[in-house]
Design a protein around this ligand. Sequence first.
Ligand SMILES: [Zn+2]
Length: 177
Amino acid sequence: MSFVIEASGRNVAEQTGGPFAAAIFEKDSGRLVSLGVNLVTTEGMSILHAEMVAFAVSQKKLNTYDLGGRGMANHELVASAEPCAMCFGAIPWSGVRRVITGARDSDTRSIGFDEGPKMVNWKEELENRGIEVICDVQREEAASVLAEYSSYGGRIYNSRETSIENEVVKKSVGSVK
Ligand SMILES: [Zn+2]
């Protein structure tokens, strides 16, 4: 999780996307398979949340759409924040056996991001499908990156002089997860 949170912080510092990162590890060995960071604003694609990028890269790398396929090591998703509605939906299809998250939904929403129409009992839904869920791992550290991004976004907003630029900044901060 420290590695993932550091990546989320770097994504903010280097202005390469939203304040989120996620990685796929082999569950037992801890071997890193892929690292994803949020690329929504930089690539101009709404689906490029950190989790989606991590899934795509790991599946491409391992040449399979199912990270839980027969004969494979078990895989886990470690994400700097709880998944939004889209990423929650992608988790069962990915084949991961465990999900570990840092910041809570409430931390993410508190700086203006929208989690989408995610079911309240999302953890149970995953566990019912045999996917273990562990939340609040290094939550404060993960949430501090969100706060950092928020204050950074605030500075950009305040430094802009035209209303058009303000709208662009508001959109980029308000609609990305
Ligand atoms: Zn998401």
